[in-house]
Design a protein around this ligand. Structure first.
Ligand SMILES: [Zn+2]
Ligand SMILES: [Zn+2]
Length: 330
């Protein structure tokens, strides 16, 4: 099969991946073989090929937003031909403390698709059957792919923040995750206050119908019930915190933060305000979000690339040259 492979020993900037012909993965017990239809390209993929995330395997097929069809290894839940989605969480051990307490997103021994095991930048992918999520029929492959990472994580952020119907919610930063989260918030009749750097992000938030959009120095004109921050910046977390009512929550949707500046506990955190991080996702988050995305008719604008142009797709993510997420279509 054809696959785009990252080899940490020979990769070069811009030429991160090599297109190679390699043997098709052999089915193993507990896995299904997928014919890949599309695979989204995420900023985390860029962190992997640029070495920001240290390599776990010397050679890996990246890609953790896989849409594929079950070809072999069918089960009762996943008959041949079932269209499934596979996300960053490619498996858990199932028996650590976190798995036993309904927190599989925090598993001590997780498997990450396209990082610790091969992902979806290939014609075929072998994935754990119990982590292949059947997709609602209404969502088409290229458009559902980007939902499988940014979408699910954005949705989980709303859960971690404890958003309730009709609340006032701040989104600090406005990339792909936030632009999907705003649609959900609107369907819950929430008021959405967007605070973001960058003209184009403010324009995007306005066109998606945010209640109010401001730049990073402007505080939302109301006291917020909840806030989600998307920027890798501790300063932004504090600015979100300073807009919260008593008992409000800031959820941080960032895998890495520069630093948390010192802050005034009495003014900012007292009153049972909370700061929480958002880590990975559970399968239930994925199922619930995909069902909601289907109901709401999500169809994000995407830029498609053939497998041969996988490096160009990464380049587009790096420089944000496309107006929507990049998707490799097989
Ligand atoms: Zn576990
Ligand atoms: Zn991702």
């Amino acid at each position: 099969m054809r696959a785009a492979i990252f080899d940490s020993r020979s990769s070069t900037p811009g030429g991160w991946l090599f297109i190679e012909d390699i043997p098709q993965p052999q089915p193993q017990s507990g896995t299904v073989l997928l014919k890949v239809i599309a695979c989204g390209v995420c900023r985390t993929d860029l962190h992997i090929v640029e070495g920001d995330l240290p390599p776990i395997q010397p050679r890996i097929i990246p890609g953790h937003q896989i849409v594929g069809e079950v070809l072999e290894g069918a089960t009762k839940e996943l008959p041949i031909g079932t269209r499934v989605g596979v996300s960053w969480m490619g498996g858990v051990d199932g028996d650590c403390w976190f798995c036993r307490h309904d927190m599989e997103n925090l598993c001590d021994h997780p498997i990450f698709t396209g990082y610790s095991v091969n992902g979806g930048y290939a014609e075929y992918a072998s994935v754990r059957a119990d982590f292949a999520i059947p997709l609602p029929a209404g969502l088409d492959a290229a458009h559902v792919a980007p939902l499988l990472c940014a979408g699910i994580i954005g949705f989980r952020s709303l859960r971690v923040a404890g958003v309730e119907r009709g609340e006032r919610v701040g989104l600090f930063g406005f990339g792909s995750s936030a632009s999907l989260a705003i649609r959900i918030l609107q369907s819950w009749d929430c008021e959405v206050y967007v605070v973001t750097r960058g003209e184009s992000h403010r324009g995007a938030a306005e066109s998606l119908g945010a209640t109010r959009v401001g730049n990073e120095d402007a505080k939302p004109p109301v006291v917020l019930d909840r806030a989600i921050t998307f920027a890798p910046s501790g300063k932004v977390v504090l600015s979100a915190l300073s807009s919260l009512r008593k008992g409000g929550v800031v959820a941080i949707n960032a895998i890495h933060l520069d630093q948390m500046p010192a802050f005034d506990y009495d003014k900012l955190l007292w009153g049972e305000r909370q700061i929480r991080s958002v880590a990975n996702m559970t399968r239930q988050d994925a199922r619930d979000f995909l069902a909601l995305a289907n109901d709401l008719g999500f169809r994000p604008r995407v830029a498609t690339f053939p497998l041969e142009d996988a490096n160009k797709a990464l380049e587009a993510v790096k420089h944000e040259t496309e107006s929507g997420p990049a998707v490799i279509v097989l």
